[in-house]
Design a protein around this ligand. Structure first.
Ligand code: NDP
Ligand code: PYC
Length: 341
């Protein structure tokens, strides 16, 4: 059921309504029903939590990638059990989220058995936020880290050519009587999706985020997107994080580096075909039965210090609001989604 929102020209959808609509879109463009459900839930969760650079904004990119033949929406990932804590998955040129789901139960089992489990995805396309991948592990009492590389659009510190992707890292740890601590951040000064949104809305970027096609600093998002590039966050420090993500997300998993895959023959392709690593830890193995309390304790100390919000707080507030009142889509965005079914 569609409810007209309070804001003129907007539409409110319940989470499941948005999931159903997105599922229909994915299936329409060749995603298998099982994969479509996973992607739709992921994308709707981003929209619900206000991760707007990776919510329904991404649907045209998913569709054009699927139409180009670059990604296989019906891929059946193959799980390779090494018999130990290290699990590999060949995503078979499909999306990363179904590949994670295919190995998730085994990963949790190994983390509990050995204290740590590693999951290495390769030949996988990740076009979303990373927090939906890690947060559910913390909901089960586990600590989780994930690293994914993307498409080359970030120039190394002091370099002259884009080599890195925007390469995010996400971390999740359970807390006592409150949602897990979760952060999820690009290793570039700004995510590519946010540059696209700034370009559409006619907003300038903050200084120090990007360069134009001649390597000159620019605040113009269009100049960054049109042959320019982004910079790592925090100069040489973010640079090392971005490089580490290439090593863990691609070199270790057998995936492509961000500048290595060639999609030039696939007009409209937008989803990066790389790799992704998960590290999942059972904190009970630290011999520390009060781990959750300790994570809550340090969170409280940070709040008491004056930080008015911790990573994840904004999302949780958005989630509560969207759950109570519905997910607000502009009429234009709702029409855009409807145009795909
Ligand atoms: P942001 O800079 O918006 O936020 C990064 C993290 O910092 C979040 O956990 C956020 O919490 C937290 N945060 C933001 N502002 C504050 C503050 N003032 N005080 C304390 N904490 C704060 O994210 P990015 O722009 O770096 O990345 C956006 C998204 O893009 C991510 O979800 C990322 O996974 C995705 N992405 C995906 C890629 C891919 O290849 N699939 C590539 C690059 C990015 P909160 O969430 O509560 O705001
Ligand atoms: O926003 O930087 C980004 C991004 C890259 C791939 C998916 N999202």
């Amino acid at each position: 059921m569609v409810h007209q929102g309070e804001v003129e020209g907007s539409v409110k959808l319940a989470f499941q309504e948005l999931v159903s609509l997105l599922e229909r879109i994915f299936v329409t463009y060749g995603v298998s029903p099982a994969n479509a459900k996973i992607l739709a839930e992921n994308c709707a969760a981003c929209e619900r939590d206000g991760s707007l650079s990776h919510g329904m904004f991404r649907i045209p990119g998913y569709v054009s990638s699927l139409q180009s033949g670059w990604v296989n929406g019906a891929a059946l990932p193959v799980v390779e059990d090494t018999g130990g804590a290290f699990i590999r998955v060949d995503a078979k040129n499909g999306f990363a989220q179904p590949a994670l789901i295919a190995a998730r139960a085994m990963l949790v089992e190994r983390a509990r058995q050995y204290g740590i489990g590693l999951l290495a995805l390769r030949r996988s396309h990740h076009f979303s936020a990373l927090w939906p991948d890690v947060e559910p592990f913390a909901d089960e009492g586990l600590v989780a880290l994930s690293f994914v590389n993307s498409m080359a659009c970030v120039v190394p510190h002091g370099g002259h050519k884009a080599v890195f992707g925007t390469n995010p890292i996400a971390f999740a740890a359970p807390r006592r009587d409150e949602p897990p601590f979760v952060f999820d951040q690009a290793s570039s000064a700004i995510a590519n999706g946010d540059v696209q949104i700034a370009a559409r809305e006619g907003r300038m970027l903050e200084p120090g985020m990007g360069v134009d096609r001649d390597g000159h600093p620019t605040r113009d998002p269009k100049a960054v997107l049109d042959g320019g590039a982004l910079l790592p966050f925090g100069g040489h420090k973010g640079n090392s994080i971005a490089l580490m993500v290439e090593i863990l997300g691609a070199a270790l998993t057998g995936g492509f580096f961000s500048g290595e895959f060639d999609w030039s023959e696939f007009k409209g392709a937008q989803t990066p075909k790389t790799g992704q690593l998960f590290i999942v830890i059972d904190p009970e193995r630290g011999g520390n039965g009060v781990f959750r309390d300790r994570v809550s304790e340090i969170s409280a100390l940070v709040r008491e210090s004056g930080q008015d919000r911790l990573p994840g707080d904004r999302r949780m507030q958005m989630r509560a609001r969207s759950t109570a009142e519905g997910i607000v889509l502009s009429q234009a965005n709702h029409d855009m989604l409807q145009s795909y079914v």
